[in-house]
Design a protein around this ligand. Structure first.
Ligand code: ADP
Ligand code: MG
Length: 650
């Protein structure tokens, strides 16, 4: 074949500057592009053989070699795929035969925003010029009578096409690394990059350093065989990653080992879901629920996305529902248009379907576990609860599926689902008929009627801090549930919206009166007590109520209205400072137990110093059970306590 000089067509003089522009983003992406071309070439050759269009050598083994040479400053990729004829090199490489070329140049000449574009527009091969001054292709086609072809291009718009040297079918691509990218002729840099992008590619990849004759790598035998004694190196990739296997073939240990290796997480995952579907789209993967120590840790999830075992990116939130990003896992979806930019993914109906599918699978797994292996589910619950609750609030469909499988832990550590706490038929307000609605509007007392029928769930946010209330509750034989995570502040409101007849009240938001003891306090005494305690508290607007409390041992308790407290918590959650929030500080109500002798004592000794002391002490004790005292409050409390003890000594 006569040496042939040619020009790269279709505005190619514009292409190189654009390709160079990508250099500041992920330059290493060219490794992925060249290796995936090699994989494609091998797949094509195997398919041709299956179709009877070519014959494979008897002991054919797909194989890719990467050879680094930091002396010659080259990086070489060798495959035993189908190879190309000189004409094909012209057509596929030289003519930059991609339909969208002009469109591409128009669209992206000013913005080099995504490394994904290269692949999408069939420019994958040209990404080599991000790191190379010149690129040589040496290739021999599988076709009968084909001659080896050699193509050299120095990154300008000209190239030379000539006879090549390859004697076995396949392609060798040699990059002469440019001065700015010398790291890519280093073995360890290449190993690291392969680890990143090619760890699970479907054909074995071997790395060699400064191999003597990279061009004529034998087709079947590994190049290391020149020296018989030398052990054959191990491939850098795992060509059968766990997610490609049938779930029934995988053991728990397989899943755990894979998790450790891929995520370098030595804490065992709680459990996992193996996704495996062919219809309506192709998707495989494994999602792990990591052990989440605290809510802060939860942010560290990682979901790796693959397209036919080729790594694409981590945590693409368009494909994975955001709340699932606390999980760790791999998703492989060959149908995914992954080579387009992220903004295009956002509006892709197909991508949304994948996201819905994943979300549905997770909900199915969790609800199934709750129904079938409740014990496990309870064991994992505390770890997974924040993530599930977040998911419910973020994703309506997920929420609707999961709401009945949310666990509530009671004060004895026993778990219940909502149906166990409030019978299903009482969870929703009855649907009003049109007539009733009209009547309701006219009568205006509709709200009040509704409130009366609500089913109340009491909860605790701090088992230590609220221990006095908890004791009250336990003595009364009533149940309360522990909702002590940050997310619960908004979650209870969410449940109330979904289950319209359910209301959550923190146990310090109201106190149970003993209705069997009908005797009420006289208005006079009530006024008197209000005055005394407002003075004792140094708060002229303190609300004071005197009631018959069921628990006779308790003299004074503070309650805080549920709505007010929630409002403040939400404001704090949105990052408002203590100062900004202070104007909205929920107003406490001091509840006094009419039956308690200390309360009677105060009424009887209202003008004495002792009466005053006891009132102040009772107020502080009520405060103390509700919240930590400020340093000043604490000092006064200690002084007064001492004073009272001294009185005993007298
Ligand atoms: P794409 O892979 O998206 O088609 P590329 O720019 O990566 O775009 O490659 C262009 C074409 O060059 C490929 O479609 C293929 O026909 C050919 N090609 C590239 N690398 C090889 C290879 N190692 N063996 C055989 N053909 C190749
Ligand atoms: Mg390609």
């Amino acid at each position: 074949m006569a040496e042939k000089h040619g020009n790269l067509s279709i505005n190619s003089e514009n292409i190189f500057p654009i390709i160079k522009k990508w250099m500041y983003s992920d330059k290493d992406i060219f490794v992925r592009e060249l290796i995936s071309n090699a994989c494609d070439a091998i797949t094509k050759r195997k398919k041709l053989a299956l179709a009877g269009e070519c014959e494979l050598p008897e002991d054919y083994k797909p194989r890719i070699e990467v050879i680094t040479d930091d002396v010659e400053r080259t990086l070489t990729f060798i495959d035993n795929g189908l190879g190309m004829t000189a004409d094909e090199v012209e057509e596929y490489i030289a003519q930059i035969a991609f339909s969208g070329a002009t469109e591409f140049l128009e669209k992206y000449k000013d913005k080099a925003d995504s490394d994904q574009i290269i692949g999408h527009f069939g420019l994958g091969f040209y990404s080599a010029f991000m790191v190379a001054d010149s690129v040589v292709i040496d290739t021999l086609s599988y076709k009968d009578g084909a001659k080896a072809a050699r193509w050299v291009c120095d990154g300008g718009t000209e190239y030379v096409l000539d006879e090549g040297e390859r004697t076995t079918v396949g392609t060798t691509i040699t990059l002469h690394i440019n001065d700015d990218s010398l790291e890519f002729s280093n073995e360890y840099k290449i190993r690291e990059t392969l680890e990143k992008y090619c760890r699970f590619m479907p054909y074995e990849i071997f790395v060699y350093k400064n191999a003597p004759d990279p061009v004529s790598a034998p087709e079947n035998a590994p190049s290391g065989q020149a020296d018989e004694k030398k052990e054959e190196p191990k491939p850098v990739n795992d060509i059968h990653p766990l997610w490609t296997k049938n779930p029934s073939e995988c053991t728990d240990e397989d899943y755990k080992t894979f998790y450790r290796r891929v995520f370098n997480d030595y804490k065992e995952p709680l459990f996992w879901i193996h996704l495996n579907m062919d219809y309506p789209f192709n998707l495989k993967g494994i999602l792990y629920f990591p052990r989440i120590g605290n809510e802060y840790d939860a942010a560290e999830g990682k979901i790796k996305l693959y397209n036919n075992q080729v790594f694409i990116a981590d945590n693409i939130k368009e494909v994975i529902p955001e709340y699932l990003l606390v999980l760790k896992g791999v998703i492989d979806c060959p149908d995914l248009p992954l080579n387009v930019s992220r903004s295009a993914l956002q509006n892709d109906g197909f991508v949304n379907k994948i996201s819905d599918y994943i979300s549905k699978k997770v909900a199915d797994k969790l609800s199934g576990m709750c129904k079938v292996s409740r014990e496990d589910y309870e064991k994992y619950w505390d770890d997974i609860a924040p993530f599930i609750k977040y998911g419910c609030m973020k994703d309506e469909k997920f929420g609707d599926k999961m709401l009945d499988y949310i666990l509530y832990k009671d004060l004895d550590g026993k778990y219940a689902v909502l149906d166990d706490i409030v019978p299903k038929e009482e969870q929703m307000k009855p649907e009003k008929t049109e007539e009733a609605k009209k009547e309701g509007e006219e009568a205006e007392d509709i709200e009040e009627d509704d409130e009366l029928g609500s089913r109340i769930i009491y909860y605790v946010t701090d088992t230590k801090g609220q221990s006095q209330y908890i004791n009250l509750f336990k003595e009364e034989g009533k149940k309360a549930y522990i909702l002590d995570r940050n997310i619960d502040i908004s979650f209870v409101t969410y449940v109330e919206q979904k289950k319209t007849n359910v209301r959550f009240l923190r146990i310090d938001s109201e106190i149970q009166e003993d209705l069997t003891d009908g005797e009420e306090i006289s208005a006079e005494d009530a006024d008197e007590l209000e005055k005394i305690f407002r003075k004792a508290a140094g708060n002229e607007t303190l609300a004071v109520k005197t009631e018959n409390l069921k628990n006779e041992k308790i003299a004074s308790v503070i309650t805080i209205a549920e709505e007010d407290r929630r409002m403040m918590e939400v404001m704090k959650m949105y990052g408002m400072s203590e100062k900004e929030v202070s104007g909205f500080e929920p107003k406490p109500t001091l509840v006094l137990n009419k039956k308690h002798p200390l309360v009677s004592y105060i009424l009887e000794h209202k003008r004495s110093k002792n009466g005053q002391l006891v009132a102040e002490q009772l107020y502080d004790l009520a405060l103390l059970a509700n919240r930590p005292l400020s340093p000043e409050e604490m000092t006064r409390f200690v002084e007064r306590s001492n004073e009272i003890m001294l009185k005993i000594l007298k």
